[in-house]
Design a protein around this ligand. Structure first.
Ligand code: OTU
Length: 591
């Protein structure tokens, strides 16, 4: 198998780049090879068949009908076993990819929504067992749905077995983490931004048992892994392959921008972080090539495409099959707030092509806040004061003035630019609309508009649980001592089965289905392309054979139309010009 020997050479090259200066690479390579052989021997015939099938068709997931769904297991279905009974709901949405958050055993107490993992190889006991996950994965596979789980690569929980051994003084595991003196930590801190400045300020936490300050980029109970130690690489490769052998078909690589630490830098997006991801990809390509990697890199737009891979002189080295198009998501909300298509247009134009076997993951909302900073660089080309501009957009989304949006600031009191929380429906105006029929209609249009952006832009378009039912902000977390400090719970409501049967849900799921059908008819998937729309408030996107027009303003706009084409959403035949109503979508396809 030629592909396997290429992957093996790629893997070895990364080991050399990462560890060559300090370690004997022949010895390390032998250890990695033994690990890969052991995991390969355990792979089931069924999964091996899937490996063969997908290796022969690397673009299998770059398809017009690829819709994803992301959810917490407990909030959606109680347990993993319970989730099996909801597979028909996923099928009705056309879902082909299911991302389960917080599936693995988390830390006791606050666990950052499951992102403080205590054991990568067991399932959170409240939710079920690994046997349940295997059964679910098999059931999903029958429905052509790939199961995705998070692999939190940057940190473990402070009660993970590795961390407990480290605290107990085991030198092997102490070296799994970064422990610094107070002075060193202060020197590093000066170069580092903060992810949670309000609830977890600073990047280091004093841990007496470790004899110093432990590197904790996120919450103090999330200990950053020391990837400069090859034993961490071995342990994570082993974990990933074991999970793949349980039937997991995709990994969401959490926080991958942060993996490598280097003095004097902001420790984000360093070349070594990419070498790590390439090594993981090569290991998967050798043992479990049916499996997808997805990058979660919430960083400035320009730093994102390299997570697909790059050619650093040794030929193209692939990284992730899927990468979150975070900037386009942020741009969609910005466009709504400022009634201008300028930012999404600029981002699509700058986003470039895609390698083979790769696609964006597009989305309107997820379990995290809308982080505004990622698009600052893109705005510089449009506006001399992008900070003020984004702050206006954020304030609008947080309900300022006569705004219809009902978001809340995240990690700031609203004066600094950071993030905004809220469910899709509340942010789009359904909460503020109350019973006002006109305001409700406007909110449904804005929901469809952002779903259209996600679908027409060609990515694996992923719905966040509850958004298909128009669930509103849920403030109940404020009375739970374990969650009260964490505003992102505002948009993590539990599924409301009655809401799923409501007219609101029917409207939203009906719109989603129509958009999906239109994309299937267009044959479009993959890298997006922007077109000139003829009006600054209208975004025009090419999707397969079609052209999709999104009006981000609150008034009707008349622009040139592709004459004699039809609007796939209404069936209307188009003339020389068309009027697009406020917040409306025209999906034009050759008649
Ligand atoms: C990720 O997110 C997860 O999606 C978050 O839910 C976790 O809290 C976090 O990692 C730690 O595991 O910076 O690039 O709201 O966008 O925390 C990774 C800020 C991240 C998130 C950010 C994030």
């Amino acid at each position: 198998m030629a592909d396997q020997s290429i992957a093996a050479a790629t893997l070895r090259r990364q080991l050399e780049r990462l560890y060559g200066a300090q370690h004997d690479i022949d010895v390390l390579s032998d250890r990695v090879d033994a690990l890969l052989a052991a995991r390969a021997a355990e792979r089931s015939p069924e999964l091996q068949a899937l490996d063969a099938q997908r290796s022969a068709d690397p673009d299998w997931f770059v398809a017009p009908d690829m819709i994803g769904y992301s959810t917490y297991v407990d909030r959606f279905a109680g347990t993993v076993e319970g989730l099996r009974t909801h597979v028909p709901h996923l099928e009705s949405l056309g879902v082909r990819y299911l991302h389960l958050l917080a599936l693995l055993k988390a830390r006791e107490g606050d666990s950052d929504g499951g992102f403080a993992v205590a054991d990568y190889l067991s399932v959170e006991p409240r939710l079920g067992t690994m046997a349940d996950v295997e059964r679910l994965a098999a059931r999903l596979r029958k429905a052509r749905i790939s199961l995705c789980v998070d692999l939190a690569l940057n940190h473990t929980a402070d009660d993970h077995g590795w961390a407990r051994a480290a605290k107990a003084g085991d030198p092997h595991y102490r070296d799994f983490y970064h422990t610094l003196s107070r002075e060193e930590a202060m020197e590093r801190e000066a170069h580092l931004p903060q992810v949670f400045p309000a609830t977890a300020p600073g990047n280091f936490t004093p841990v007496p048992e470790m004899g110093g300050m432990v590197w904790t980029t996120f919450y103090p109970f999330q200990w950053d892994l020391n990837w400069a130690n090859p034993n961490v690489m071995l342990a994570i490769i082993d974990t990933m392959l074991r999970l793949a052998n349980h039937g997991v078909e995709a990994f969401r690589l959490d926080s991958i921008a942060f993996l490598w630490k280097q003095a004097g830098t902001d420790c984000r997006n360093l070349p070594q972080a990419h070498y790590i991801v390439r090594a993981l990809r090569a290991a998967l390509d050798i043992v479990a090539p049916a499996t997808l990697l997805k990058a979660e890199a919430i960083v400035p737009t320009a730093f994102v495409p390299p997570y697909f891979g790059a050619d650093d002189g040794a030929g193209f080295e692939p990284e992730c099959h899927l990468v979150y198009n975070n900037s386009l998501m942020v741009a969609g909300w910005t466009a709504l707030a400022e009634q201008s298509a300028a930012l999404p247009d600029a981002i699509i134009r700058a986003s470039g092509g895609l390698p083979r076997g790769a696609n964006w993951l597009s989305y309107a909302r997820c379990h995290d806040d809308i982080g505004w900073g990622a698009v600052l660089g893109d705005l510089y080309t449009i506006d001399p004061d992008p900070v003020a501009r984004l702050r206006r957009a954020a304030r609008f989304m947080e309900g300022a003035g006569d705004s219809w949006a009902r978001g809340e600031p995240f990690q700031s009191d609203g004066s600094a630019l950071h993030g905004t929380n809220g469910t899709m429906a509340s942010l789009a105006g359904l909460e503020a609309a109350g019973n006002d029929a006109q305001a409700r209609e406007a909110a449904f249009r804005r929901i469809r508009l952002l779903n259209a952006l996600s679908i027409a832009s060609g990515g694996l378009s992923t719905v966040y649980m509850g958004d298909e039912a128009g669930l509103l902000n849920d403030s109940s977390y404020r009375s739970d001592p374990q969650r009260a400090h964490e505003g992102r719970w505002l948009h993590r409501p539990a599924m409301d089965r009655a809401a799923l049967e409501s007219a609101d849900a029917k409207r939203i799921t009906g719109d989603l289905a129509a958009l999906r059908d239109a994309r299937i008819a267009s044959g479009g998937a993959g890298a997006p392309a922007a077109l000139d729309s003829g009006d600054p408030t209208v975004l025009a996107i090419a999707c397969g054979s079609d052209r999709v027009f999104l009006n981000f303003s609150d008034r009707p706009v008349t622009i040139p139309a592709p004459k004699a084409w039809q609007d796939r959403l209404t069936g209307a035949r188009l003339g020389e010009t068309m009027m697009i109503e406020a917040w409306q979508v025209v999906w034009a396809g050759p008649a």
